[in-house]
Design a protein around this ligand. Structure first.
Ligand code: PLP
Length: 371
């Protein structure tokens, strides 16, 4: 049996053509023309005025925090169930991450808990859409308006997804994406910061480029980073963008097929196919072992690995991260839903290149393991 990796990206047909163009013209650095083309096209896709391409999605979050001037003593509310990049960006800026627990069905942040976490020091809410369904953003926008808070929207898992018909990535004062190899659009490594505010966009451009100044290049008023995206990466991004609609159709089919094949396994929670405001795009196909099952995800994943099938555990909550505990953060925090998701959840091979045949093999293997 051929191994089935946890993620095999689908690479668009024109990727090699555009890469060849970079090499033929000599434009390989961030100065090349594909960077702006990718920024413009991606911004159009998500209904934003400005896109600023960066080297990865984690960098995009750091730029977002810095552009909004979030710093020492400021609090930012975020889901505990997320990738560490979100909390890292906040902590590195000297700000304080304040976590909320998850919704047990969508696995997104429990929106009802946000207001209880707002204090006079709260500056922003970081909305992170998890695994394939968007967060219910309308109530968050209301809260942000009411309390004068900024919204940072991490849409790294949401390329092409919509919330009530509006693109994910169009809701934050600043929204961010990742183009890592397991995202729906990949540039190998890459990211983008998006906004409608010209001044914020200008700050983001400056921050990604070491805060060089247009007039006096080597005199710096602020500290930035070299977070630039190369023309090579952007060339792949432009090609990937052309085939995003087909990729999304495929991802949804993959999710639906898994849903069908795994429906009869008892004690296995599947992803929700839809909510009132979105159809799942199954960025990854996650499952949760219910309490009635005695197996742990680690045991199941080991059995799958023995059958050459890749799988990954769910995120580990931010409030349980040793690195943050050692900093004295989250001392008395308890988020039972996220704690359970972390201990009982894992995801199956979900890449856009996954064949029906492979899905059937994974489903058969999982049924055997859980028999
Ligand atoms: C992938 C991801 C990131 C980080 O992106 P990188 O490009 O890997 O740095 C950030 N946030 C979320 C929600 C992600 O899924």
């Amino acid at each position: 049996m051929k191994p089935i990796p946890v993620n095999e990206p689908y690479l668009a047909r024109n990727a090699s053509k555009y890469l060849q163009e970079c090499i033929d013209t000599g434009w390989i650095s961030s100065e090349g023309p594909f960077v702006q083309q990718f920024e413009t096209q991606f911004a159009t896709l998500v209904n934003r005025k400005y896109g600023v391409a960066v080297c990865n999605g984690s960098a995009a979050l750091e730029v977002a925090i810095a552009a909004l001037k979030i710093g020492s003593g400021d609090e930012v509310i975020l889901p505990t169930f997320t990738i560490i990049s979100c909390a890292t960006a906040i902590v590195r800026a000297g700000a304080i991450p304040v976590v909320v627990d998850s919704d047990p069905h969508t696995w997104n942040m429990d929106v009802a808990q946000i207001e209880t976490k707002i204090t006079p020091r709260t500056k922003a809410i970081m909305v992170v859409h998890i695994y394939g369904l968007p967060v219910d953003v309308v109530p968050i926008i209301k809260l942000a308006d009411q309390y004068g808070l900024a919204i940072i929207e991490d849409a790294a898992e949401m390329h092409g997804q919509t919330y009530r018909g509006r693109p994910c990535g169009s809701f934050g004062d600043i929204s961010t994406f990742s183009f890592y190899a397991n995202k729906h659009i990949t540039t190998g490594e890459g990211g983008m910061v998006l906004t409608d505010d010209e001044e914020l966009a200008e700050r983001c451009r400056s921050l990604r480029n070491l805060c060089f100044q247009p007039q006096q290049r080597f005199i710096h008023e602020e500290l930035g980073w070299n977070f630039r995206m190369t023309n090579l990466q952007a060339a792949v991004g432009v090609a990937q963008l052309e085939e995003l609609p087909a990729c999304l159709i495929r991802k949804r089919k993959i999710g639906q097929y898994y849903n069908e094949l795994l429906a009869n396994i008892s004690g296995l929670q599947q992803p929700m196919p839809r909510t009132d405001y979105a159809e799942n795009i199954y960025w990854v196909y996650g499952v949760v072992l219910c309490n009635e099952r005695s197996e742990t995800p680690a045991e199941v994943m080991k059995q799958l690995a023995a059958r050459k099938i890749g799988a990954r555990p769910f995120f580990w909550p931010m409030h349980e991260q040793p690195v943050f505990r050692k900093m004295g953060l989250f001392a008395k925090e308890s988020c039972p839903v996220a704690e359970k998701l972390a201990r009982r959840g894992f995801y199956l091979p979900s890449g856009a290149a996954l064949t029906d045949d492979a899905i059937e093999q994974v489903a058969t293997a999982l049924k055997e393991v859980l028999a």
